[in-house]
Structure formats: structure tokens, C-alpha cells
Design a protein around this ligand. Sequence first.
Ligand SMILES: [Zn+2]
Length: 389
Amino acid sequence: MEFELWYLLAMPVLFGAGWFARAFDIKEKKSVADETQTLYKGLDLLLDDKKDQALNSLVNLAKVDPDTVELHFALGALFRRRGDYDKAVRIHNHLYNRADLPKKERNRALYALGQDYLKAGLWDRAEANFKKLAEVDGEYKVTAIKELVNIYESEKEWLKAIDEAHILEKVTGETYPSRISHLYCELTMQCLFFKKFDEAAGFLKQAIAADPQNKRALIMQGNLLQKQGRLEEAVEVWKKIGKISPQYETLVVGSVAETLLKAGKEEDAVRYLKSVAEQGINADSVDTAVNWLSKIEGPEKALEVLRRYLEHKKSLIGFKRLADLRLAQDPENKELKELDEFLKRQIDKTVRYKCSKCGFVTKSFQWQCPGCRNWDSFAPVRSEDPSRI
Ligand SMILES: [Zn+2]
């Protein structure tokens, strides 16, 4: 009985408390619902590519709830993407300096800051941030070291890039022989430019030691031997390249022919050039071989070789060479001159080297793609892409 009385007396109080709690709950739910609504609205605007409106919507939301970490990261990335690097840096700096955040989130902010500085072209600041991340174990360590290698490559700080690439090997347990070999090749080129020949030879040795199959290093080794008058050795080194990768023969056909002629081995040169043309690996190697054959034996014999290739493989580069050789025989032929000019224009417009990783196209052959920064992603073969005509 007593219990029932107490219960009856307490009812209005309990009811009042429940009503108050419910009101509080509704208020909170409403606020969360509003925020979610604003967030969705912002994301919708983003999807519609209305970046300015999306930004306003998200900024308003960040004002309502300044503790929303994810939202701040989203905002920072958005500011960076639209080129507002100052604002992106301010947001990511704020997150990095928040002592209440877990270390993981602060490292994430530090990485985002590095990205902001990279995009803004402030490489020294980006480098400083990535260095901090590279020194601590965590989710961003490997990515930060990779960024450091990229930065040093872009700054042509080849030794630093090599050091960092070795650190990356240790941390990941993977090896990067081709990349490191290319970095030593770059160092060799730098030394050759400043006429530091001994240092250049030392770095070239390291390039070959890092990757004995690196075609670029072998080309450079052949060049060095040729300059030292060691002609037969140079030819031997260059000939290795075609065996490693037949497509790359095209880069040394001219050097082999020229050096054999210099060594007084004309017959060997002709035999070599004819074998390159007969193999017909690609239009460029045939083109160079036929051009040299024409210089040695005259256009008539070179034409015979070229016609045999063109019977099997039609190519703009081949027909341009055909027109050149015919013009050499008949220099006043107006129609031939026009055809030659036309083919030259078509080649200029349509024939390109293409990166196999990102599709970047260039007129000249590259060891490193200017688009995606990958090494060896271009084959030294020009493609005749009709869609570019
Ligand atoms: Zn690329």
C-alpha cells in the first residue's frame, strides 16, 4: 500500500523528468539530424561539382560542431583541391596541434599538411613534414618516405633520393633496383655535364651494379668506352641491350653502326644493319638501320631492304624513309617532295611515345614519365595513333 502511494506521488515527478529527458533527446536528435542533413547537402553539392556551395555548407557545419575531425579533414582536402592552400594549411595545422586528438589523427593531419605544401610548390616545408612522419613508426611512414624520394627526384637531389630509396627498401622489404640504377645514371649525367669524368665513371659503375639489366646504364657504358677509344668493347656492350629487350635496340643501332665504321669494320656494320632491318622489331629501328645502310651502300640497296620490311608492315615512319630514299635518287621530283612533306607533317601530328602506366604522350623518348614519374614506363617505340590525325 505504501509503495503504491509513493508511486502515485512520484508519478508526476517521473512524468516531468521523462518529458524533460524526451525533450532533451529530441533536441539532440534534431541537432544531429540537422547536421547530417547539412553534411548530406554538402556532399550532394560536391557530387554535382558545385564546390563553392559545398564548401559553404560544410564550413557552416564545422562552425556548429568544431570538434568534428572527419569534417575538418574533408574541408582541408576540399580547400586544397580548389587551390586554397592557405586555408587547407590552417585547417590541417589546427588538427595537428590539437593535443586532445589521438596520435594517429595528428599524423594524418601532418601528412595532409605535407600534401598541401607539395601542391603549393613549397617543397622544403613538405619535405620537413614528411621527414617527421618518416622518422616515426606508423601508418604514414612508408608513404612519407615515398614522398621524400619523389621530392628529391624532382629537385634533382639524386644522392638524397638514393639514400631515401635504400631506406624504403629496408622499411618495406622490397627492392627497387631499376629506380636506384636510374638515379645513379642521373648522377652520372650530372657529373658528365660538369666534366667530372672520374666521378661519373664511379657512379656509372654503381648504376650497373644496382641493375645490370638497365638499358640506359649500358648505353652510357658503351658511350664511355667509345670515348676512350675502346670501340669493340663499346659495340659489345650496346649489343647486349637488344638481347635484354629487343625493343630497345633502336636506341643503339646508330651508335653500333657508327662505331663499327670508325673501327674499319664496314662489312660487320652492313651485316648488323641488315639483320636489324630483317628482324623488323619496330619501325624506328628499321628506319635507323635503313638510313645507315643508305649512307654506306647508297639508296638503291637500302630501298631493297626497306621494301621487304614494308611488304609485311605498313608504317608512316617506313613510308617517310621510302620517300626520303626515292628523293635521294630523284631530288627534283616535285610530287615526291610533296609526298615527303605530307608524311613529315603526319608523323609530327600523330606519332608519339606513350607511357604504359598513365598514357602520357611525348614527342621525345623519356626514361622517366613526366606525368606519373614512373621509370622505364615508355618503350622506345613510337606509336602511330590514327585518333590524333
Ligand atoms: Zn606515366
